[in-house]
Design a protein around this ligand. Sequence first.
Ligand code: HEM
Length: 398
Amino acid sequence: MTHATLPVPTSDIDLFSDDVLHDPYPALRELREVGPAVRLTAYDAWVLPRYDPVRAALADHERFSSAQGVGYEDQFNALMWGTVLASDPPIHTRLRAVLSDKLAPKALAKLRTRIAALADDLVAGAVAEGEFDAVSELAAVFPVTVVADLIGLTEEARGPLLSFADAAFNTFGPLNARAQASLPFVGQMFEYLNTVMVPENLRPDGWAASVYQAADRGDIEPASVVPLLSAYVTASMDTTINGIGNTILLFAQHPDAYQQVRAEPALLGPAFEESLRLESPAQGFFRRTTRPVDIEGITIPADSKVLLSWASANRDERKWERPEEFLVRRNPVDHVGFGYGVHGCAGQGLARLEAQAVFGALVRSASSIEISGEPVRKLNNVIRGLASLPVTVGAEGK
Ligand code: HEM
């Protein structure tokens, strides 16, 4: 449909300021009211805050390109070139194929028992303490262990993995203090990928060895190996860590919801999707318009940076009833917390498997979860989550 061109809606909201990152939802609600496409005067960028345009943009990689990077700053976007995240078809299709077998349902089914046993152990240890930090002792430990194993890393080579993803995601935003403080860690990550995550330190059946093998076969350029490894290392960590941490916080804040899920474990999956909708761990990435794009009568010029706000789309009152509520029976299958379209999360099956394992273990062993100390937010330019979540749990069984 074509529309008459309307005046450009603008806003001076700074989506990357500390205040907004602490609680982005009032600002996102305001942006949804301002228009379907809003020019952000604090940056050289636009934002799509409503669900339908975000979903349409995700389905339209020809006009909303990822090839120049999915962050805001050109200098950091250059670091992403050659990754699945920062490419368009047909190059993207080739890169994405490298690990698609390893992340396909058949491969994941084989991991289910091992991942469940790992979660059972970790959760049993935490629950036995009665009081623990659900982030540092559980959410932040579990995905690192799972993913390091799948990457094929030796025990000694795993150490610094956790610091990398948080830093890398900060550089998806503007060059503010957070991004600047993260730069040394991003440097260390590339150093690590080039020197530690090399074939002699890798199990031959892991993800990282598969990436090297794809380069040996000529399926991808040798220069793509390190960028591709960086994408999988970062994409698989803080997203899942915060997805788990955010969900435990929601369970602790909504005891009725937790008891519903305990009574009906089939709700574990829908509850996780609802958490990803309400508190999307990845809040939004950028695209670049390849030509002028009409969004309901607003024209975004060619070569504009456009933030696709998944966090806002996932709370759009035009799409969701009672969008601010945590409803474990909602089962919001079309939320965009995993993105959508060709770049839709490559690891969503694994993320769901990890979440099911942790929450399954939790509902079986903890009869209640209560917040026992002030939760501490971790501010990141594009990731929403917690640094600390002290909880007490009841352990008398079902
Ligand atoms: C709750 C956990 C997770 C969330 C919320 C999440 C979120 C997302 C989102 C929103 C995207 C789309 C990026 C875009 O459109 O530009 C994405 C892409 C991606 N995710 Fe995840 N993710 C999660 C877990 C994982 C895991 C466990 C892996 C491990 C393999 C992973 C690997 C990837 C990769 C490789 C991409 C890039 C795909 C592409 O560009 O084709 N993610 N993720």
